[in-house]
Design a protein around this ligand. Structure first.
Ligand code: Z5A
Length: 229
């Protein structure tokens, strides 16, 4: 079962104490659309910077000039259909660019990296949502980023209706946003399974609460990560 914030905080503090303090940490933020990833990444960045670390924030798909062009192909819905396998491979092509050109150099320089989505998105959307076996996705992950794994993954969790309601306040829906609720329910379920399978890496945040309550939890996670509790 995923750990409570208190148990996870002890665990994260130990992991960071034991690790090489010269390199940065990779923190990923995951969840279905509209749960507040972008909003809370700003909170997380401020809280970590306040404790003296340099922080770089980035996102997937995209995050480099070439990866941003891949993102456009992924989200637009034009006349030519996008086969699921092309979608999966383009996600990993974008990831290869981001990992090699941004994430690894930043971590090596001691910068902390917060990434809005990473390979768990492929596991949840292309695995849970589209039905690709997790083993195939794991093989691609090994190929594209080898041993690089997030130090911590924050899963913002809320029912699909909550996320859709929040995201629905914006303009034209993209190729993912036009999917039906049952697709996003499979994605959410897949995220929860991933979190249950790796309780030391994931911390689940109840994103149904108001902005201020979620912010306080995210700040507590940042404090734990910085071993400042
Ligand atoms: N995708 C994939 O399939 N496979 C992959 O490997 C990867 C991605 C990497 C684009 O991602 C699509 O790519 C995505 C999955 C797929 N499609 N979907 N769905 P994206 O990250 O760019 O898109 P997104 O997930 O749709 O992001 P988003 O809609 O911007 O969601 P968010 O960042 O989580 O939400 P937000 O912008 O912070 O908040 C949304 C609104 O809710 C905003 O008005 C906030 O003020 C409000 N909000 C946030 N929190 C609260 C609370 N607690 N209370 C009230 N209101 C709130």
């Amino acid at each position: 079962m995923p750990r409570s914030l208190d148990t996870w905080r002890d665990c994260a503090a130990n992991a960071i104490r034991d690790s090489d303090m010269e390199t940065g940490k990779l923190i990923t933020v995951e969840g279905i659309e509209g749960v507040g990833k972008t909003t809370n990444i700003e909170v997380l960045q401020r809280a970590i910077e306040k404790r003296g670390h340099t922080v770089l924030t980035t996102h997937e798909p995209g995050g480099t000039p070439m990866a941003d062009r891949i993102r456009e192909l992924l989200v637009e819905h034009g006349d030519e259909p996008m086969p699921d396998v092309a979608e999966l491979l383009l996600m990993f092509a974008s990831r290869a660019l981001l990992v090699n050109n941004v994430i690894q150099p930043a971590l090596a320089a001691g910068t902390w990296v917060i990434c809005d989505r990473f390979t768990d998105s492929s596991r949840a959307y292309q695995g849970g949502g589209r039905g690709f076996p997790q083993e195939d996705i794991d093989r691609l992950a090994d190929w594209v980023h080898g041993d690089l794994r997030p130090d911590v993954t924050i899963l913002l969790d809320a029912p699909v209706e909550t996320g859709m309601d929040r995201a629905g306040r914006r303009g034209d829906p993209d190729r993912f946003e036009i999917e039906r609720a049952d697709f996003f329910n499979r994605v959410r379920e897949s995220y929860l399974q991933l979190a249950a399978a790796e309780p030391d890496r994931f911390v689940i945040v109840d994103a149904t609460r108001d902005l201020d309550s979620v912010r306080q939890t995210v700040e507590a996670i940042a404090a734990a990560l910085c071993d400042d509790i």
